[in-house]
Design a protein around this ligand. Structure first.
Ligand code: FES
Ligand code: FES
Length: 310
């Protein structure tokens, strides 16, 4: 049962006192209660590192910390790294070395790297990679991130104005904004009357789905709609096709089937979507997802090439 308690928290050197639920994570409180959108919600399951913040100087994944565990502690987000409205040194090195593309992972990377720099003055790429092992980036390939942190560790001088001058340096105009965590991503958009979707995802790698039990949702106020594979099919929505067709050496198509939008019979990977909830708030959507019971019959997952070819 949710119990509401007061929480005192210092965020980027400003004190806050708010009421939070015992199930709220630090990530939820920062984004939804305090409006600190630079803390990104990627996986919400401690895997991607995009929600990294410094908690009393230590990097933590804020999606895996309960807000009430942080009572009276100090949180630094990427907003707290800039100095007097200028990019901090590490941010400037990220810009100079092109260590960002979409910028989604960048706040988490910067905060984790800043912890590294406080504890290590050496620019050892192997140790930097070790430090960043919990922070995933879909865009950069990591090389430039490691270069940027090495260069910051060496104390190389960097002039921010140079990185932002397109005539003398191939920097991008959006870099300064993204390095401050000011990019706007889909999950940051708030519109009047907006509804929120939540996806029920498989927790197992390979299984038959025996039953998706939605009965507990009836008691929950704020759930507007629930969609499963049957709803998608009865609406005539077809699974999306692969964007390009892969063929084998003889020219035969190698992928004839695309994945269903929502799966009700079988799941083939952890995270495969099985149902979608639409609710009046993120919180209700999350509560609803927790109430759905899925009965699986698990099989051994296919994890090597030879098994996959059978
Ligand atoms: S959102 Fe916290 S680790 Fe991915
Ligand atoms: S820059 Fe896009 S995810 Fe890292």
């Amino acid at each position: 049962m949710d119990v509401v308690s007061p929480l005192k928290l210092v965020v980027n050197r400003s004190a806050h006192e708010i009421n939070v639920s015992n199930s709220d994570t630090l990530l939820t409180v920062l984004r939804d209660n305090l409006g600190v959108k630079s803390v990104r919600k990627g996986c919400d399951s401690a895997q991607c590192g995009s929600c990294t913040v410094l908690l009393d100087g230590k990097s933590v994944k804020s999606c895996s910390v309960l807000a009430l565990q942080t009572q009276a502690q100090s949180v630094i987000t990427v907003d707290g790294l800039a100095e007097a409205n200028r990019l901090g040194s590490l941010q400037s090195h990220f810009g100079a070395k092109h260590a960002l593309q979409c910028g989604f992972c960048t706040p988490g990377m910067l905060l984790n790297a800043s912890e590294y720099l406080v504890q290590n003055s050496d620019p050892d790429p192997a140790r930097i990679r070790q430090q960043l092992r919990g922070n995933l980036c879909r865009c950069t390939g990591y090389q430039n991130i490691v270069r940027a942190i090495s260069s910051a560790a060496k104390g190389d001088d960097y002039d921010e104005s140079e990185s932002l001058n397109l005539c003398t340096h191939p920097g991008r105009v959006e870099d300064s904004r993204l390095l401050r965590g000011e990019g706007t991503f889909t999950d940051d958009i708030e519109l009047p009357g907006q509804l929120y979707a939540g996806f029920l995802r498989s927790e197992v790698a390979y299984a038959e789905i025996k039953k998706i039990d939605l009965s507990a949702l009836k008691e929950l106020v704020g759930v507007c709609a629930v969609f499963t594979e049957q709803d998608v099919l009865s609406d005539g929505l077809m699974p999306p096709t692969c964007s390009w067709q892969i063929t084998d050496v003889s020219g035969e198509p190698m992928r004839s089937k695309s994945r269903p939008l929502l799966s009700s019979k079988k799941v083939k990977y952890v995270g495969q979507p099985m149902a979608m909830i639409v609710a009046t708030s993120r919180k209700v959507a999350q509560q609803a997802l927790k109430k759905i019971k899925v009965h699986y019959s698990e099989s051994r997952p296919v994890i090597d090439l030879n098994s996959a070819l059978k």
